[in-house]
Design a binder for this molecule. Structure first.
Ligand code: FAD
Length: 536
């Protein structure tokens, strides 16, 4: 029996596993459907917030203030305080592990005080610590190296199917072993979900990778967890126009401008994301094309501070930002809502099961996340949750599980293989993405939301009429993507319903029919509870 089972090998999962080790857990495993280097965390470019005050006067209180302001009243102040005050230690922890943060100047003394910071939107000072624009990648490389030093088991290509919960306690997890084509049951004293968000629902309109399908959120939902704040889906102002690839706020933080086709600026580029996105949307509605202009920064600065972004723009848009403005548009980037957790990051209705990172709603982002606060959240809270989950194991008696849950899961998968030659399910993924982008996008209203709800309910109902087109059990990519789509179709009606219920505009959720923020009725979280059948 494992002490701690972590699901997800992004920054949240790896920090949690390392913290569990530091807290004395002996038997730890990290399971993930993709190899560790294939996570959202590796894509993070801009930086990680911490009020170090190396470049400008800064204070934890200011960081708290900026975060609360951006969250538009929906942050849990205690959790924000915890996250922001943990930030300097979290950066120090990463630095000690070996993350090569960019420096103010390279000196022999590589202490915390020499780490460079840059502006990201909504921050009142330069607060984001970075490693060029490879921040997430370098953090993940370092964390992965560290986990390899210890006796932590990696369960590669294990797809979380469902949590096993008995009498309100988590007992283990059912996985689909992608490589071997079998259902596996893993028993653990405590489980940490670190499976990332659900931005991939907006297929073709998101910076997120394909597998960001909310699997952990869906599994927790099915197992009795509440999910909350699902209506807050953040658009990022600067996706590349042709490819949706992100150009991080770091480009504006280093001085890039947003301009229309006449070269005129129209917004404070470093305002919080919701403000900038709405300004761009308005311009686009007037028929204007929007560009990110970096030319005035000069080749040398661009190449030293933003090498990845430069390469991505050249590769995917065939544009050289040293000489040309870059066409951009807002695209879905981050999902603020997720599994509702308490202040110890445990799921209140599932004892021993914790959640952290983008799959969880720790309520530090409220209605609108600040750039740089997600990397902070996954490291700071990853460390805390690893310790909490380990402490929890001291109170757990070894106990075998009562039923053969694996057989049920196997029957469910076998059912998908009964007729693989039905029409391909991939068209549904396209339709889901299009439906959400058109109807549950930057601007929403009752009519569009109802339309979306109807459409996704129909997609959900029709899923069983579609097949995976591949009868091989082992390494079946289509099966993985089918399971992901099933999870997305389960969550979609839930989050559209939340958007319907929130009849106001707040942060990332803008209702054309209710354009004002309405604190009296809606200064609260919308929590949802699943009442369906596990394999319904
Ligand atoms: C392009 C881009 C740039 C960004 N830049 C920044 C930035 O500069 N600063 C910042 O603060 N934030 C940034 N973010 C946001 C931030 O990177 C993410 O929110 C954060 O990394 C999420 O970390 P995580 O550990 O929660 O999830 P992830 O890193 O997404 O990891 C999720 C893990 O769960 C696993 N998993 C998922 N489903 C299953 C399943 N069914 N079974 C088993 N395993 C599963 C995945 O394989 C993966 O290992 C950026 C995001 C993107 C997309």
């Amino acid at each position: 029996m494992l002490d701690v089972l972590v699901i997800g090998s992004g920054g949240a999962g790896l920090s949690a596993a390392l913290a569990a080790k530091e807290a004395g857990a002996e038997h730890i495993a990290i399971a993930s459907k993709f190899p560790p280097m294939q996570t959202q965390t590796t894509m993070a470019q801009g930086g990680m917030n911490a009020a170090l005050g190396n470049l400008e006067k800064d204070h934890i209180a200011l960081h708290i203030d900026d975060t609360l302001k951006a969250g538009r009243g929906l942050c849990d102040e205690e959790m924000v305080r915890l996250m922001c005050s943990e930030a300097p230690q979290s950066v120090a922890w990463l630095e000690k592990l070996g993350v090569p943060f960019s420096r103010i100047k390279t000196t022999e003394n590589e202490a915390l005080s020499t780490i460079a910071q840059r502006y990201l939107g909504g921050a009142s000072v330069k607060r984001a610590c970075y490693a060029q624009d490879y921040t997430g990648l370098k953090i993940l490389h370092t964390l992965y190296d560290q986990t390899r030093k210890y006796n932590i088991i990696y369960l590669y290509e294990y797809f979380l199917l469902d949590l096993i919960v008995e009498d309100g306690y988590v007992r283990g997890v059912l996985f689909w072993d992608i490589a071997h084509g079998e259902v596996r049951t893993v028993i653990a004293k405590s489980v940490i979900l670190a499976t990332g968000g659900f931005g991939a629902m907006y297929h073709n309109h998101t910076t997120n990778m394909y597998g960001t399908s909310g699997d952990g959120i869906a599994a927790a939902f099915r197992a009795g967890a509440m999910i909350s704040d699902m209506e807050f889906v953040q658009f990022h102002p600067t996706g590349l126009y042709g490819s949706n690839i992100l150009i991080s706020e770091s480009a504006r933080g280093e001085g890039g401008y947003l301009v229309d086709q006449k070269g005129e600026r129209f917004v404070d580029e470093l305002a919080p994301r919701d403000v900038v996105v709405h300004a761009i949307y308005e311009q686009m509605n007037k028929g204007n094309r929007i560009y990110l202009d970096l030319r005035h920064l000069g080749k040398e600065k661009l190449e030293s501070l933003l090498p990845q972004e430069l390469a991505l723009i050249r590769l995917h848009e065939n544009i050289d930002p040293v000489f040309e403005p870059i066409p951009i548009k807002p695209v879905v980037h981050y999902t603020m809502g997720g599994i509702d957790i308490d202040k110890t990051m445990e799921i209140p209705t599932i004892k021993g099961c914790f959640a952290v990172g983008e799959c969880a709603n720790s309520k530090v982002h409220g209605a609108n996340r600040l750039g740089g606060n997600s990397l902070l959240e996954i490291i700071a809270f990853g460390r805390i949750v690893g310790e909490n989950a380990t402490n929890y194991t001291h109170y757990v008696r070894e106990k075998s599980i009562d039923k053969d849950y694996a057989q049920r899961a196997k029957d469910d998968i076998d059912n998908i293989f009964v007729d693989v030659h039905k029409p391909s399910f991939y068209s549904l993924r396209q339709k889901l993405g299009e439906c959400l982008y058109q109807n549950v996008g930057i601007i929403r209203d009752e009519f569009n939301l109802q339309q979306a709800l109807q459409e996704v309910t129909l997609l959900q109902a029709s899923l069983s009429k579609y097949g995976i087109g591949d009868s091989e059990f082992k390494h079946n990519q289509a099966l993985t993507e089918y399971l992901e789509l099933r999870n997305m179709l389960m969550l979609a009606p839930a989050f559209i319903s939340a958007a319907l219920v929130r009849q106001e505009s707040r942060g990332a959720h803008y209702r054309k029919d209710y354009p004002k923020m309405n604190d009296k009725a809606f200064l609260k979280h919308i929590r949802l509870h699943y009442q369906g059948e596990m394999y319904g």
